[in-house]
Ligand binder design. Structure first.
Ligand code: CP
Ligand code: NVA
Length: 301
């Protein structure tokens, strides 16, 4: 049994094991080969925030693996009325074989793992989004053939996506550049670790960060829970956009990535989004395959 609480907990070998398994499961799904690797197991899926991709891909994924998914809105659980995580974790461990949780505080995810006795998978916190980045790495490798030596550039808010992309990129041998306002940088410890363990830069200059990139990545300027700051954030991040000028700075044939949902005209132009829709929706599809691999590696008995 293991958890996926954040990507930094997994070694490079474990990440590549998941990516290889994700490719295999994708191939099998496309060819109608069933793979009931988690036959009879039940995954609880706790959501304290909205979701389209994470919810549907986990639910379909556990079904594909021969198990059952249980959607649990925190609004309906006692946890939403203040029942401690310590107790919730111990109760759910008696019923379920694994938990996927999407919430605000990273500590809640870590506490579930500490007090529970079943695998915990992080489906997004304010701090990180490891499942998304596993799918992102699978997608970059599919389109570019390899990860090591490629350059990944993230433009926008130094948020949960930025944090996980830095870790995932550096661990798999990519050069990672981030462009964000100095007021909204990624996590300081992650940036320090990245600088010490690979090729990492963080700059306010979008064109400098994008220069020579093989994959350009962006995300919303206002994340879930920051809706009231949206107007203010539109001012802070104006200019941190993937557009034709930024594309021209990247390597010819650079791919464009977005975890979605996207705000056209803010972090990405409608033109660039549509020109790269194939890559962006491959990326969304790979959530399914990557998370099936993660579930198998965490939950297989
Ligand atoms: N990218 C992502 O996690 O999408 P959802 O919020 O729809 O799950
Ligand atoms: N940064 C975004 C990612 C959504 C998948 C958020 O947290 O809302």
């Amino acid at each position: 049994m293991k958890h996926l609480l954040k990507l930094s907990d997994w070694s490079t070998e474990e990440i590549f094991e998941a990516l290889d398994l994700a490719d295999k499961l994708k191939y099998e799904k496309k060819h109608g080969i069933s793979h009931h690797l988690l036959e009879g197991q039940t995954l609880g899926m706790i959501f304290s925030k909205s979701s389209t991709r994470t919810r549907v891909s986990f639910e379909v994924g556990i079904h594909d693996l021969g198990g059952t998914g249980l959607f649990l809105s925190s609004r309906d659980l006692q946890i939403g009325r203040g029942e401690p995580v310590e107790d919730t974790a111990r109760v759910l461990s008696r019923y379920l074989d694994g938990i996927m949780i999407r919430t605000f505080a990273q500590k809640e995810v870590e506490d579930l793992a500490t007090y529970g006795s079943i695998p915990i998978i992080n489906g997004l916190t304010d701090y990180c989004h490891p499942c998304q980045v596993m799918a992102d790495l699978q997608t970059i490798r599919e389109h570019k053939g390899t990860l090591a030596g490629k350059k990944l550039c993230f433009i926008g808010d130094g948020n949960n996506m930025a944090n996980s992309l830095i870790v995932g990129g550096i661990k798999t041998g990519m050069a990672v550049s981030v462009s964000c306002p100095n007021s909204n940088k990624p996590d300081a410890d992650i940036m320090k670790w990245a600088s010490e363990n690979g090729s990492f830069t963080c700059t306010e200059s979008v064109l400098e960060a994008a220069a020579g990139a093989d994959a350009l990545y962006t995300d919303v300027w206002a994340s879930m829970g920051q809706e009231e700051e949206a107007a203010e954030r539109r001012k802070i991040f104006a200019g941190y956009q993937i557009n034709d000028e930024v594309m021209a700075a990247a390597n010819p044939g650079a791919m464009v990535m977005h975890c979605l949902p996207a705000h056209r005209g803010e972090e990405i132009t409608a033109e660039v989004f549509e020109a790269h829709a194939n890559e962006i929706f491959d990326e969304a599809e790979n959530r399914l395959h990557a998370q099936k691999a993660i579930m198998v590696l965490c939950m297989k008995k």
